[in-house]
Design a protein around this ligand. Structure first.
Ligand SMILES: [Zn+2]
Length: 303
């Protein structure tokens, strides 16, 4: 069965005009349900991660600062989100949501999270709208629990997964791969196990060619027991923060290529949505839905 993970408390209350589309999470899941993509599957809600379990990826002092509003003005500026009870609550929920998605992927071959991909969150601070690093947390926990021996984090959000790379820099069992626009946030890039730099302005065909080569490269380097796939849609030509020029067709082809590649090799995939900053909210929703649509199609074929 194809599992979908989300939570009604994922949305974040933000001031009007804030760049982060903080109400996208419940809207996205509503649309997925209305479109029938989840039909025959199961939607479930995560419980919040405990501070003790989160300490596998984050400093206890930082976890406490998020829980109890102890962030400094500088911390908040770097994070780019104002602290609120709702932000704290959703941060503990969403990080566990990716873990739960991964568990379902290991059971059923594929599962989708309606949030996640908070890859700019570092060990002891948040950045770029990312509070806790759901992918680093999930990978480390799965390995510590002996559920898997090796995890690939494949991050194709337009921005580099710098927090993920730094938290997992010394974890031999987790391979971090970031395909990102070379000339974009964060300015200070980290070192992933594999960084693939995409030039500004790259469109569908060149992007998909680079992606296909990267997948081949990866399968020569690692045999993962699980892929955590960050399908950020800020690669789209209409995105306010990306600098690439993928079209709708290109984004769908990307999701299809990634899922086909790993599922076709018997490797389970857990998907997370990552970033997306189109001014047109309906268009943003359509783009985020593509990884779910692709999952529905590939689940029927491979799982
Ligand atoms: Zn991004």
């Amino acid at each position: 069965m194809l599992h979908f993970i989300s939570h009604p408390d994922y949305d974040i209350p933000l001031p009007v005009g804030h760049r982060f589309p903080a109400h996208k999470f419940t809207s996205l899941m509503d649309r997925i349900l209305r479109a029938g993509i989840a039909q025959g599957g199961r939607l479930s809600h995560p419980r919040p991660a405990s501070p003790a379990s989160l300490a596998i990826a984050h400093a206890p002092q930082y976890i406490d600062a998020i829980a109890h509003n102890h962030l400094s003005p500088d911390d908040l500026r770097r994070l780019g989100l104002p602290w609120s009870e709702a932000l704290a609550k959703r941060s503990f929920l969403a990080v566990e949501g990716t873990y739960r998605t991964a568990i379902k992927a290991l059971q059923f071959g594929l599962a989708c999270h309606g949030a996640g991909g908070t890859h700019h969150a570092h060990f002891d601070y948040g950045a770029g709208f990312c509070v806790f690093n759901d992918m680093a947390y999930t990978a480390r926990r799965l390995i510590a629990e002996g559920r898997v021996q090796s995890v690939l984090i494949l991050d194709v959000d337009v921005h580099q997964g710098d927090g993920t790379a730094r938290i997992l820099a010394r974890d031999d069992a987790v391979f971090t791969c970031s395909l990102h626009c070379a000339d974009n946030y964060p300015h200070d890039k980290a070192l992933s196990d594999l960084d693939v730099l995409i030039p500004s302005g790259t469109g569908d065909s060149d992007y998909l060619k680079i992606l296909a080569e990267t997948l081949e490269d990866l399968s020569g380097r690692i045999r993962p027991d699980l892929v955590i796939y960050d399908a950020g849609v800020d690669v789209h030509e209409a995105d306010a923060l990306g600098r690439l020029t993928l079209t709708d067709t290109g984004v769908k082809a990307r999701e299809d290529m990634v899922l086909e590649y790993w599922l076709g090799r018997g490797v389970p995939v857990a998907t997370v949505i990552g970033g997306g900053y189109l001014a047109d909210f309906e268009h943003l929703m359509r783009l985020h839905m593509m990884v779910f649509q692709s999952a529905r199609e590939h689940f029927s074929k491979w799982c």
